[in-house]
Design a protein around this ligand. Structure first.
Ligand code: ZN
Length: 270
């Protein structure tokens, strides 16, 4: 990650003052980035809870590192907030809403979009990339396989002029092990998850859509719409191994029940 240019001095000072075990990350905020109602949760876990509806959360995560701000996922487009009743998707199987904008939540923290120098998205579904262009100058970290995955009518997934670093595998974002992109393909060709090591909270894995909610994780359900069942299962195992190795918690983006137990911005995790 080349945040170093603008923050080398600050970084050296900050890192110098931290205990050796602490990472350069000091805060993580969970931002509300939308919500969804689904008519049938077996969409994600075939054969399990068929016909049972589920409410889903949609989060973005704003991370403060000594080298700068880093945003993980951008949620549903802020424009969706203009339609309070929400919009339907997947032939009516999903209703998506955004009760407040990402822009307003950043503003409340005193963070300007231009302050965010680096961002990564878990994958290119619309509930994750809706606000990428709110940050036209932020370096976007995305797997090459996702970037090059043709969209509808062969459309590119991102504006070609958006600065991008195409990854092929895992990436230690700041060179100190505090924030690591984990390649977890299967839901989409270049899906990725994020390992974050916070000094007080400890290690977390932010799932992206490698898994959608707790029972989906426990039964290793593979959504029928995933691009690869084999890769999905291998990615779930990679996450499970990471949780063990790092003694990490798994924060599942769309698990509203879990999210409701967590602190939301402007509160934060250290
Ligand atoms: Zn998705």
């Amino acid at each position: 990650m080349k945040f170093a240019r603008f923050a080398m001095a600050a970084c050296a000072l900050a890192l110098g003052s931290l205990p050796a075990s602490a990472a350069g990350v000091d805060k993580l905020y969970i931002l509300y980035c939308g919500e969804a109602s689904a008519t049938d949760q077996s969409r994600w876990s075939p054969g399990v809870n068929v016909g049972v509806p589920i409410e889903l959360s949609d989060n973005c995560y704003l991370i403060h590192h000594a080298q700068g701000w880093f945003l993980w996922d951008t949620g549903l487009a802020d424009a969706v907030a203009a339609t309070p009743e929400g919009v339907t998707a997947a032939n009516g199987a999903l209703r998506l809403k955004r009760a407040k904008t990402l822009a307003a939540q950043l503003d409340a923290l005193g963070v300007k979009p231009a302050d965010i120098k680096g961002m990564a998205i878990s994958h290119t579904h619309p509930d994750h990339i809706g606000n990428v262009e709110m940050f036209p100058n932020a370096m976007l970290y995305v797997q090459k396989a996702e970037y090059e995955w043709p969209g509808a009518n062969n459309a590119p997934r991102f504006k070609p002029e958006h600065p991008v670093t195409k990854l092929e595998g895992d990436r230690d974002m700041f060179g100190d092990g505090s924030v690591t992109i984990l390649s977890t393909p299967g839901h989409t060709p270049g899906h990725q998850s994020l390992l974050v090591k916070l000094p007080k909270t400890g290690a977390l894995v932010l799932s992206g859509d490698a898994v959608h909610f707790k029972s989906n994780w426990e039964n290793r359900g593979v959504p029928t719409n995933n691009v690869s069942k084999e890769q999905t299962l291998a990615s779930m195992q990679k996450i499970a191994d990471t949780l063990t190795k790092e003694k990490a918690q798994l924060w599942i983006n769309h698990d509203k029940a879990q999210r409701d137990t967590l602190k939301m911005s402007p509160e934060f995790y250290e």
